[in-house]
Design a protein around this ligand. Structure first.
Ligand SMILES: *Cc1c(COP(=O)(O)O)cnc(C)c1O
Length: 396
């Protein structure tokens, strides 16, 4: 068996390769028919009216924040347990990310904590569907409505997640915009890539414009029109376009989305069954009616010994498992401490989670033998680390 087993990786098959090769043989390398077809397929898979494909999940977050009007002086409330890109997006727009603590079961943003952090400057709520489990969107939506806020879902972990209301991540039933990433560790891969879904025609138009320098070619949006060559730049945008090559891969990957999700769910269930008798661990769960997309499977080593998680992590790395930690609380990073004055202690539940968490390998092309290997090595390592723990007082 190949070691180390990474925490995640893409699954590319011959059809994917064929799709990319035919894009290379076509007339378009960028912005062509593949982009449009990919956007259509993506919107349909989420149950949204529109999908706008861009160059990365980070670009998608940036454009989403611009499109809803985050600007200097405004605040966006988000989770501290996310990749830094979520919080960086409002900063790109001159805004301030405000961190609300997480729920102990899902590690998703806690609506009560969101409510407590709203100020007159709050412009948006940016919930993150951590590890693929959707946040409590109906409650977040009602808070947003009461305070006139927009909602941008960071669903970079959650393509394919299902909610109790019969919805899917990205359907934007309870949000204005939803953002996805198609980086190779995520549910589907395009190399780099991101998508924004929405049901709002004007946000759709604006995102398309911002993706390409703020330029429009639509006469009805122009202040003058000199002829067929004419275009106008209406606002400051970016080059956040995605290529036809990438979208050909994305379309091909989307066709296997349900296979990817089914295998991720199967592996998660096997882990949960295999570790159920280990009282040292807190395992990830799904709330009633939810189906996670299982981007990550995070175990938590219960207890107060601050060195135990590190010893577990190092032991697992030493036996060939590419375990990881998702994530360091965002506001702990020097940039956030220096720029916004955040300090350790801001979100106690998030910090408790951080001290205990280890992400196990989980990706759809994992073989049963690899899954068994992870199970066996994790069980051994947990026993070793925690028996050392109970020996410690005797040795002292
Ligand atoms: C991956 C990820 C991003 C960034 O996506 P990129 O495509 O890498 O730019 C943002 N938020 C979360 C939660 C992510 O996991």
């Amino acid at each position: 068996m190949e070691l180390p087993i990474p925490y995640s990786r893409q699954w590319i098959d011959e059809e994917d390769i064929e799709a990319v090769v035919s894009a290379l043989r076509s007339d378009f390398l960028t912005t062509g028919p593949q982009v449009e077809a990919y956007e259509e397929a993506f919107a349909a898979s989420c149950g949204a009216r529109y999908a706008v494909a861009v160059s990365s999940g980070t670009a998608a977050l940036h454009l989403a924040c611009l499109a809803v009007g985050i600007s200097p002086g405004s605040e966006a409330i988000t989770s501290p347990i996310t990749f830094v890109a979520t919080a960086n997006a409002p900063v790109y727009c001159g805004g301030t990310p405000v961190f609300a603590d997480v729920c102990p079961d899902t590690v998703n943003i806690d609506p009560e904590q969101v409510q407590a952090r709203i100020t007159p400057r709050t412009r948006a709520i940016l919930p993150v569907h951590f590890a693929g489990h959707a946040c409590d969107m109906p409650v977040l939506r009602s808070i947003a409505e009461r305070h006139g806020l927009t909602v941008i879902e960071d669903a970079c972990h959650a393509l394919g997640a299902e909610t109790p209301e019969g919805g899917r991540a990205g359907d934007c039933r309870y949000s204005d915009l939803t953002v996805f990433s198609t980086h190779p560790v995520k549910t589907i891969a395009t190399g780099e890539g991101g998508v924004i879904t929405t049901n709002c025609p004007s946000l759709n138009d604006r995102l398309r414009r911002l993706r390409t320098h703020g330029i429009t070619r639509e006469i009805e949006h122009m202040t003058r029109h000199d002829g067929p060559w004419f275009y106008q730049m209406l606002e400051l945008g970016y080059n956040y376009r995605i290529t036809d090559i990438q979208c050909a891969l994305g379309r091909s990957q989307l066709r296997r989305l349900s296979t990817f999700l089914a295998r991720r769910r199967e592996i998660a269930t096997r882990y949960t069954t295999a570790f159920a008798d280990l009282p040292q661990l807190q395992l990830p769960t799904e709330r009633p009616g939810h189906r996670s997309a299982w981007h990550l499977y995070v175990i938590r080593l219960r207890g107060t010994d601050p060195t135990a998680r590190r010893r577990l992590f190092e032991r697992l790395r030493a036996v060939g498992l590419g375990v990881n930690v998702h994530y360091i609380p965002v506001y702990w990073h020097p940039f956030y401490r220096e720029r916004f004055g955040y300090a350790v202690g801001l979100c106690p539940e998030a910090e408790r989670y951080y001290r205990e968490a280890v992400t196990l390998p989980l990706y759809p092309s994992m073989t049963d033998a690899q899954v068994d290997c992870v199970i066996q090595r994790v069980r051994e390592a947990v026993m070793e680390v925690t028996s050392l723990l109970s020996d410690a007082p005797a040795a002292a």
